[in-house]
Design a protein around this ligand. Sequence first.
Ligand SMILES: [Zn+2]
Length: 290
Amino acid sequence: MAKDIMPLKEYLVDARAGKYALGGFCIWTYAYGKAVADVANKLGLPMLYIIGDAEIGFFGGEKNAVQACRTIASEVDVPVILHADHFRDFESIKRAVDAGFRSVMIDASAYPFEENIERTAEVVEFAHKAGVTVEGELGRIAGYEQHLSVDEEQALQTDPDDAVKFVKDTGIDILAVSIGTVHGLYKFEPHINIPRLKKIAEKVSIPLVMHGGSGTPEDKVAEAVENGITKLNLATDLVKTVGLATARVQQKEGFGYSVANLYAEAYEDLKVYAEHKMRLLAKHKLKEDM
Ligand SMILES: [Zn+2]
């Protein structure tokens, strides 16, 4: 029987205890997924994919995305996890779970605190019955297009006391915190608020996750992992890696108008990128296993 994809929770609980993190790699085709999975397999780390609405569209729907990841799962020895990223309502979560997703993020962070709790709790109640892991978000993770003052930045960040109530009232398994990263490319050096993360981690024992991993300074990422971050979402970096490689190949004469030639370098570059990030994030685990 083909190996199924796995719920995320237990892997991140282990990561929090072991002070390491998994990269959440955003993919939009089987091929790029397989490139990254080969690296996870080589290192002996769980393979964690994150995909949102746009990527699901490129796969041709939730069921196809699940099937592609099940195929990869049957081709590697390590566990494979597929996590629905930034799903904004109950209906889309239900569609994903019905299609076979075993890990989901409900992002109701745009709503007022009490409504975020309500919407998130509703998803938890439904998803837990199906053994599905749930990530919730408290605080807003800014988009790259947003120009914020330091005060505005602070206002968007996760409040440690609110985080305690949010986790307790919703029953989520994983908490996405806002501590200064942004989605997309940085236009300026980010201020990653490690003291705030430490306060949250002191009060909240479930695994914490950080979005906007692309371009975040690696010393800050390492510090965040030491302080409770167990998943780092990586999307923009993968798009950049694939985009630059295919543009480079296209410039060369003699790629022969072969699909395999066009994408070969992107495939290899993704592997190099993924190995670098996985080693950085799982430094403590990889040491232990040696
Ligand atoms: Zn995100």
